[in-house]
Design a protein around this ligand. Structure first.
Ligand SMILES: Cc1cc2nc3c(=O)[nH]c(=O)nc-3n(C[C@H](O)[C@H](O)[C@H](O)COP(=O)(O)O)c2cc1C
Length: 186
């Protein structure tokens, strides 16, 4: 009986050491922010999961004027989103600012893909801070499209930062997948 107990305890300790190793893998000295815009809640859920697995602060990029269902009608060329995305230099206003952006080393920036790229409000966000010496890592959700040139578009707005190509995720992406993707920057 004692022998069995000892073997059980040794086995538990062995498996626990794997967990500790996984946590160590994601721990780093870097201060991380997950900032996201989400019009209908899909990206928000992925952003929350990402912030959890990267032990990051979470910031929602909220438009001063929230997008209504009508605004989001991509089939109407006159809808707000269609007009903004066609313009190329629209900069929808953001309601709140990140407190002390200078403290962060890595900023994950999440958004829904709109017309194969980052929504105009992401460009507003990027242009609102000094990202010198920081790493920006875009991530997105979408119907089907990939992240496209979003990373390159963002890099053009902030030549002083290091901007990753980024990745598009399915809405049900697991914490494990997010963790193994994110650790490259941590
Ligand atoms: C104006 C607009 C344009 C969109 N363009 C694309 C697109 O080009 N490719 C795609 O796969 N999905 C597109 N979508 C779908 C969104 O990317 C998708 O539903 C996303 O997961 C929504 O995220 P959210 O709930 O965080 O806003 C578009 C949605 C809207 C409202």
């Amino acid at each position: 009986m004692k022998k069995w107990l000892c073997m059980m305890m040794a086995a538990i300790a062995f498996f626990m050491s794997f967990n500790v190793k996984a946590e160590e893998d994601i721990m780093s000295d870097k201060k991380v922010l997950v900032a996201y815009f989400s019009a209908t809640g899909v990206t928000a859920k992925v952003a929350e999961r990402l912030a959890q697995v990267t032990v990051a602060d979470l910031f929602e990029i909220k438009p001063v004027r929230p997008y209504t269902k009508k605004d989001l009608d991509w089939q109407n060329p006159q809808s707000r989103s269609s007009v903004e995305m066609r313009s190329g230099n629209a900069r929808p206003e953001i309601a709140e600012k990140v407190t002390n952006m200078s403290q962060y080393d890595v900023v994950f920036v999440g958004f829904p893909i709109w017309w194969y790229r980052e929504p105009a409000i992401i460009d507003t966000f990027i242009e609102s801070y000094n990202f010198e010496g920081k790493t920006i890592v875009p991530f997105a959700t979408s119907g089907v499209s990939g992240i496209g040139d979003s990373g390159g578009n963002i890099q053009k707005l902030v030549p002083e930062a290091r901007v990753a190509v980024g990745k598009r995720f399915a809405d049900r992406v697991s914490e494990e997948e997010l963790q193994s993707w994110a650790k490259e920057w941590l």
